[in-house]
Design a protein around this ligand. Structure first.
Ligand code: BG6
Length: 296
């Protein structure tokens, strides 16, 4: 752990040079370098707040227990802020496990915890349910795995949504295509939340895109640049994926989105369980996550 207070972070580096950096604030992964440490895979805004004053604009914020704006009323999450409180809570570092079999197969796993007993009083008041979250981040030579484990530690059942809001770094959005969503139904948040079916094998981005692809049968979504696979995003026990790029105007309206043209250098591919609700009875556990492979 380095830094202090809200800026504390955990870093890990493999003998072959790959590295990962995670803020305790939000357990937000803010950097993941592969290719011997030479290639940054995650986009992070130059104006991202890294001091705990607001959710990080970039990296991998953890969304829990609600995705997007909560239902207006009548749901246990209704008084929470957009995307819940996990991304703005300070997590505990639970420890590190390394395996160093061979230079090429070594990995490091970092665990973080967030419990109802250590969220802010406001979050506790808005969602007064007893839960435990363990977030495991595993760095390997060409991949990063991030898995959320949710446990109901209370006496009654609760419902939640979760999502890993990954900002992938790309060179030029005009050359990006996203495969692995063919035939999947999505809600288009830009077009009045209407439902559509993905009929083109590739999703390309030429304007603001904010789509929730749900109940995806394929486990892998591939991000290509110039026709060459750049990332594989493999879902584990998660059926939904949000594809988001704010484009010019929306990016300009976000004070922490910088520099100006940076919307051309990122795309969010966010795996999650966001269609409907996941229900956990007393003592039950849900686990879901992703493995992102850097294919350079
Ligand atoms: C995406 C949502 O997951 O997150 C978008 O689908 C939203 O609608 C985006 O704009 C960013 O949210 P925020 O709260 O980090 O600005």
């Amino acid at each position: 752990i380095t830094g202090s207070g809200a800026s504390s972070k955990v870093t890990a580096t493999l003998p072959s040079g790959e590295s990962v950096e995670i803020l305790l604030y939000g357990a937000t992964v803010i950097s993941w370098k592969s290719n011997g440490g030479k290639t940054e895979n995650l986009w992070l805004s130059e104006k991202a707040a890294l001091d705990g004053s607001k959710a990080v604009r970039g990296g991998i914020p953890v969304v829990f227990p609600v995705f997007g704006p909560p239902p207006k009323s009548g749901h246990a999450t209704s008084s929470l802020p957009q995307h819940g409180f996990a991304r703005t809570s300070r997590w505990e570092f639970l420890g590190k496990a390394t395996s160093e079999d061979a230079l090429d197969s070594s990995s490091v796993k970092l665990d973080f915890g967030l419990y109802s007993s250590n969220v802010s009083p406001e979050a506790r008041k808005a969602w007064p349910l007893d839960f435990g979250l363990v977030y495991s981040v595993t760095l390997a030579k060409d991949s990063l795995q991030t898995v959320v484990n949710v446990r109901n530690e209370g006496e009654s059942s609760f419902e939640f949504q979760m999502l890993l809001h990954t900002y992938l770094k790309v060179k030029d959005i005009s050359k990006v295509s996203i495969n692995g969503l063919l035939g999947v139904e999505y809600v288009d948040k830009v077009l009045d939340a209407s439902t559509h079916k993905q009929s083109d094998p590739s999703v390309t981005i030429t304007g603001e895109v904010d789509r929730i692809y749900a109940s995806i049968p394929q486990t892998t979504t591939t991000v290509l640049e110039d026709g060459t696979p750049r990332f594989d995003v493999v879902r584990d026990n998660l059926q939904d994926t949000v594809v988001w790029n704010p484009w010019k105007e929306k990016a300009a309206s976000m004070a922490d989105f910088s520099p100006d043209g940076a919307f051309t250098e990122m795309v969010c591919v966010e795996v999650g369980a966001v269609k409907g609700w996941q229900k956990l009875e007393k003592g039950e556990v849900f686990e879901g996550g992703q493995t992102i492979k850097s294919l350079l």
